[in-house]
Structure formats: structure tokens, C-alpha cells
Design a protein around this ligand. Structure first.
Ligand SMILES: Nc1ncnc2c1ncn2[C@@H]1O[C@H](COP(=O)(O)OP(=O)(O)OP(=O)(O)O)[C@@H](O)[C@H]1O
Ligand SMILES: [Mg+2]
Length: 151
């Protein structure tokens, strides 16, 4: 597991940009952590790194936003309003975890799969899966931990 400290929104944006430049079709990035920890901020950078010009918004009232025009399509999911894996399955979102078209980034993945250390939704994790946990340390500081699975 890798632990990074972000000291500003710009730091988090930069991390997202870097991941976006490295991302390949089929990759899934699951984000979890405190409210306002910077998950959407990371997605904004990710979209930029993929070469997407559209502005990324928090999909608060939509479960899914699709961003095209970059190196690969980006599917941005936010599971905050779902309660459990059954609801995720009922909403027809499973493919974004196991067989995503392009790159998928999923906020509040814990609605679906447990946090670090607990059982994955399937064993093994799908190839190219990155689990990310963001934690608020203070007003401008975030602890970002991530781990790659299925490589
Ligand atoms: N180091 C930092 N990294 C990211 N965001 C930061 C940082 N410091 C302060 N912030 C602020 O924290 C907020 C993060 O908001 P963001 O919408 O990205 O969080 P989120 O994790 O997506 O929240 P939610 O749980 O509501 O989806 C922004 O207002 C941003 O300016
Ligand atoms: Mg968000």
C-alpha cells in the first residue's frame, strides 16, 4: 500500500492528472473516505490527465456521468446514495467494476465492497483495480492511501 500526503487541492488534482496520464482502458479506480476528502477533486485531475476537456462535476443526483473526448472514455460513478451491494447490482452498475468500457472511477466504492482488508466483491479482484482511501487530516491536508490489485 502506498501512502501520500496532499497539502492542497492542487496537490490532489496533480495526483489525479498523473494517474489519468498513466490510465489504460479497463482500469477501475475505487475511491472511498471522508465526506469532502477530495474524491471528486481527484476525478477532475484524472479527467484532465486523460485529455478530457469537459468539466467534471460531482454526480450527486446522478449515479453516473460519462466523459468522452479523451484518450479513453471515463465513467464516473458515485454510489453515495446507494445503501448496499444489492442496490448497486439492481442499478445495473456491476459491469463498471468488472468489465468497464474505458476507465471507470467510482466514488463511495464501500457501498459495494468493503474497505481495505475486508473481502473483495469477488476473488480475485479484477485486473487493473486500484483501491484508494482519502482521509481528512486538517483543512488543507489529506492522507491518500492506495493499493493496486489484480495486476
Ligand atoms: N489537500 C486537499 N485535497 C483535496 N481537496 C482539498 C484539499 N484541501 C482542501 N480541499 C477541499 O476539500 C474539498 C474536497 O471536495 P470534493 O468534492 O473533492 O470531496 P469528495 O470527497 O468528493 O466529497 P463527497 O464525499 O461529498 O463526494 C474541496 O472543497 C477542496 O477545495
Ligand atoms: Mg464527491
Amino acid at each position: 500500500m502506498v501512502t501520500l500526503i496532499s497539502k492542497s487541492p492542487e496537490d490532489t488534482l496533480d495526483l489525479g492528472r498523473q494517474w489519468g496520464r498513466e490510465a489504460r482502458a479497463g482500469q477501475v479506480i475505487g475511491l472511498d473516505g471522508d465526506l469532502g476528502a477530495g474524491k471528486t477533486q481527484l476525478v477532475k485531475g484524472l479527467a484532465e490527465g486523460l485529455g478530457i476537456r469537459a468539466r467534471v462535476h460531482s454526480p450527486t443526483f446522478a449515479l453516473l456521468h460519462v466523459y468522452e473526448g479523451g484518450r479513453t472514455v471515463l465513467h464516473h460513478l458515485d454510489l453515495y446514495r446507494l445503501n448496499n451491494p444489492e442496490e448497486v447490482f439492481s442499478a445495473g452498475l456491476e459491469d463498471y467494476l468488472f468489465n468497464p468500457p474505458g476507465v471507470a472511477v467510482i466514488e463511495w466504492l464501500s457501498r459495494w465492497a468493503g474497505p481495505f482488508g475486508s473481502a473483495p466483491p469477488r476473488n480475485p479482484w479484477p485486473a487493473g483495480f486500484r483501491w484508494v482511501d482519502l482521509e481528512v487530516v486538517d483543512e488543507l491536508t489529506r492522507r491518500i492511501r492506495y493499493e493496486d490489485f489484480g495486476h
